[in-house]
Design a protein around this ligand. Sequence first.
Ligand SMILES: Cc1cc2nc3c(=O)[nH]c(=O)nc-3n(C[C@H](O)[C@H](O)[C@H](O)COP(=O)(O)OP(=O)(O)OC[C@H]3O[C@@H](n4cnc5c(N)ncnc54)[C@H](O)[C@@H]3O)c2cc1C
Length: 432
Amino acid sequence: MASAPFGSTLPWSEPSWYTGRPSPYYKESHRKLRDFMRKWGEEHIAPYTEEWSEAGAVPPSMYQECAKAGLLVPIAAGKKIPSEWARYGIVAGISPEEWDGFHDMVLWDELMRAGGVASLFIGLTVGAPPLLKFASKQLQDKIFPEILSGEKRICLAVTEPSCGSDVRNLTTTAEKTPDGKHYIVNGEKKWITNGMFSDYFMTAVRTGGPGAEGISMLLIPRSEGLRTRPVPVIAGPLSATTYVTFEDVKVPVEYLIGAEGNGFKQTMVNFNHERLWIAFQALRGCRIAIHDAFQWALKREAFEKKLIEQPVVRYKFGNMGRQIDALQAWTEQIVYELEQLSDTDGARLLGGTTALLKVESGMVCKYVAEECLKIMGGLGLTKTGQGARIESFYRGVPSYVVPGGSEDVLIDLGVREALKLMRQAEKAKSKL
Ligand SMILES: Cc1cc2nc3c(=O)[nH]c(=O)nc-3n(C[C@H](O)[C@H](O)[C@H](O)COP(=O)(O)OP(=O)(O)OC[C@H]3O[C@@H](n4cnc5c(N)ncnc54)[C@H](O)[C@@H]3O)c2cc1C
């Protein structure tokens, strides 16, 4: 049955279920979250994004506002919220038991739509899961109250100046002191999102020999010997991309995440959610761009016609619309599948698929950004006014292409994973 439309009526500016069309995935609680987030974003974020972009930072008080609204809890947890976390905040009255992967999708979609502030949470959404999934209870009990209340912030530090895609060869070392009570960390990490304002660095370090087996995950508090400096990147300063240096940083052994040698696997398990979440952001980025381009095409006249009356312009919208809705449908299918699977089965069966979904997200963004920019004409290259959101989206497209796994690397991974599953299926069939 169709329901009441919500949000913009411009074609492809909202997901199809917002327009009133039926969907098997969204229930009343998803609509409740969507309505809450839209209102909250329009009150607390949208009016200030231009000011924050000009200042080059979001004020710390905004992070506290997000904590107060209960946003940090689902952002740290992803698709499943531990029930005891209800004490740190509940968004829109939706309990941890009710929360699912589609709530996660709606939350990110609306945060992205509100603008600017979404980049504040990247560190939390990629840095918290190893703590939640693999750390000791003592460490969780110490750190989660700090980071879920917004008092402290966390980020994920894996990439180094000399190794990104090739995580197996990272060189930052963590050596145990002779008394066995501490690790001494030395090395460098680069392009660490949110690092400038983080208090904790969830860091992949080498505790053993070469290769994946020698890698461990260590939570490193900001302390003597840990230095950060900004790395200016194309999308601007709000995500606080950072170069981190560790020089004889002393870390208690209790800050090791799980067992030594598990760091590579812990990094990989994280990727399903990270790549999905990039798709969530890409989708809303595309919808914002097509919304602004449509508004312009309906009113701008050239050669005695509105732009939308030009078949070439309509051709662009048709091609953008079909790609955005196809990406939405694929993303929802994967959210649904991950919802039904354990994390381990999800990583085994869908690791390659989420890699390819992330690639597709970047490709759709590239296409939509370029077509919308062209429809806007000069306004598409202008940082203020009606083309400003498209200019910013166009500039930000590489952020969907390289971080979270570079396009070329992920395409190859997608095929290798598909072949692995094919061989497993052949083996299972041969036993029948
Ligand atoms: C804005 C931004 C934010 C980031 N945030 C974080 C963060 O918070 N935490 C973190 O740990 N990291 C972060 N990163 C790092 C990011 O994950 C890496 O940049 C990415 O994994 C690519 O690694 P690299 O830059 O070392 O490129 P390289 O690994 O050197 O690869 C360069 C290029 O070589 C080609 N290539 C390399 N290997 C292969 C292969 N096997 N098959 C085919 N082609 C290949 C690809 O075209 C690839 O793009 C961020 C990066 C950016 C730019």
